[in-house]
Design a protein around this ligand. Structure first.
Ligand code: PLP
Length: 315
């Protein structure tokens, strides 16, 4: 499979220093997966890679998948399928939308993705087997990828993250949506390291979701619950839930960029970085090596900047 448009060596480890972390011997490194590609950024290619491979092996002509109005996953799928010579259909949440509703949808359409807009009631069936089977019948030759790429192949792709990290890491922090990325990292990681997840959804049961995904992945319920037992969930940093953010969070994004030249998005990575900063205040983290996984999401910032009438990334 010719995946020329992604070069994993672009995902560098960026050291972040603050006087406090330096004084306490805390070494923070950001795994810059956001630098992998401007439109197939962060965890997106990791979750799509083996799904696309499966679609090609199965001689499918394209992929259909699901996403919201500003979905990073839809845009990444539109770019990656086009680059790999496949067609794509994006089922979008919200039948009041159209391809000109925002930058993300316009760009998906430009990249050749056929957009179909579903009512919220219908969109909520996106994980329902019967609904997917019907869509497969209506779209023969199209391989189905779930919302966010959060399936078996998505987890397999995210397992590789750990292989790109130094072996003496003590803590890994990552934002969480479907949990595929965190499950992949957890599966690859040694027992000496601790995983910290920051769900961006309000009232989300991170451990139960991870456990059921891992159970189904490993066919071993005991191992799944053992693995999840040691995961640290930072559940109070969703800022009102998925898609919500506050002025405080936007200011945090601006100051993080100003102080560290690290761009964060308000939907996923800023919430996780904020949670990490708060969590590291505990003396338990003194003299430890911490990795923050930058999962991307920056494409959606264009729409937020326009809406809020501000510039998020400038010195
Ligand atoms: C930018 C970004 N970060 C983090 C996540 C969460 O990853 P996951 O759904 O694998 O938990 C997503 C969603 O896929 C995302 O778009």
């Amino acid at each position: 499979m010719d995946t020329h448009f992604i070069d994993f060596s672009q995902s560098i480890l960026q050291a972040i220093h603050t006087p406090e972390w330096d004084a306490r011997g805390i070494q923070v490194l950001v795994k810059r997966d956001d630098l992998l590609h401007p439109e197939v950024s962060g965890n997106k290619w990791r979750k799509l890679q083996y799904n696309i491979q499966q679609a090609i092996h199965g001689k499918n002509e394209g992929i259909f998948t699901f996403g919201g109005a500003y979905s990073n996953h839809l845009l990444a799928t539109a770019f990656a399928t086009q680059a790999m010579g496949l067609k794509s259909i994006g089922f979008v949440r919200g039948d009041e939308l159209n391809k000109d509703s925002n930058h993300t949808l316009r760009r998906c359409a430009e990249l050749g993705m056929e957009l179909q807009f579903l009512s919220r009631e219908m969109y909520n069936l996106h994980d329902d087997k019967q609904f997917i089977d019907e869509l497969k019948l209506e779209n023969p030759g199209f391989y189905a990828v779930p919302e966010g790429g959060g399936n078996y192949y998505g987890i397999v792709g995210c397992q590789a993250i750990w292989k790109e990290l130094p072996s003496d890491v003590d803590h890994v922090f990552v934002a969480q949506g479907t949990t595929a990325t965190s499950c992949g990292i957890l599966l690859g990681m040694p027992e000496t390291c601790q995983l910290h997840v920051v769900p961006v959804l309000k009232g989300f049961d991170a451990k139960a979701t991870m456990e059921s995904k891992l159970h189904w992945f490993l066919f071993d319920s005991e191992l799944a619950s053992e693995l999840v037992e040691n995961v640290h969930v930072h559940g109070d940093f969703h800022f009102g839930g998925y898609g919500n953010y506050s002025q405080q969070l936007l200011q945090f994004i601006q100051s993080t960029y100003k102080n560290h030249q690290l761009p964060l998005d308000p939907i996923y990575t800023a919430k996780a970085f904020f949670a990490m900063q708060e969590t590291l205040q505990s003396p338990a983290f003194d003299h430890s090596k911490v990795i923050f996984i930058h999962t991307g999401g920056l494409q959606g910032c264009k729409s937020i900047e326009l809406k809020e009438n501000l510039i998020l990334f400038s010195n």
